[in-house]
Design a protein around this ligand. Structure first.
Ligand code: FES
Length: 136
């Protein structure tokens, strides 16, 4: 069902864990299955210097959360915000269409963590500007 890259990121997740005293934390659940992803960010001068994730979910959710952390590490908050779940799925060489929605919790948790960081600093939360592209 999954390609080799997805299985590799599921079995050997990169950046799994928590960051103590994280600058931003976001957690999102998938309403369809109840699975969750939590993202921890360390931020310096608007750049993500460290990121970790904890996912309780299926292989697609774990792999896409792990891949998403790799893609946003070293990026600005704006660049991380603009990372779409379909770009994460592409970086994993694709997810089965019916599992694409599983990658949405990574995108959502990153957004929640960025807004947690922003609101803790008295900045306005960024708004979601588009419907996600997941197929259900
Ligand atoms: Fe729940 Fe994939 S089945 S996130």
């Amino acid at each position: 069902m999954y390609n080799e890259k997805v299985m590799d990121y599921f079995e050997h997740p990169r950046n799994q864990g928590a960051i103590e005293d994280a600058d931003g934390i976001g957690e999102v659940g998938n309403p369809e299955c109840g699975d969750t992803t939590k993202i921890y960010l360390q931020v310096e001068h608007d750049v993500i210097t460290d990121v970790k994730f904890q996912t309780f979910g299926c292989a697609a959710a774990v792999a896409s959360s792990s891949m998403a952390t790799e893609l946003i590490k070293g990026k600005t908050l704006k660049e991380a915000w603009d990372l779409s779940n379909s770009a994460v799925a592409d970086a994993l060489d694709g997810l089965p269409p019916k599992k694409l929605h599983c990658s949405l919790i990574a995108e959502g948790a990153i957004h929640a963590a960025i807004n947690d960081y922003r609101t803790k600093r008295g900045l306005e939360a960024w708004k979601e500007k588009k419907e996600s592209h997941a197929e259900h």
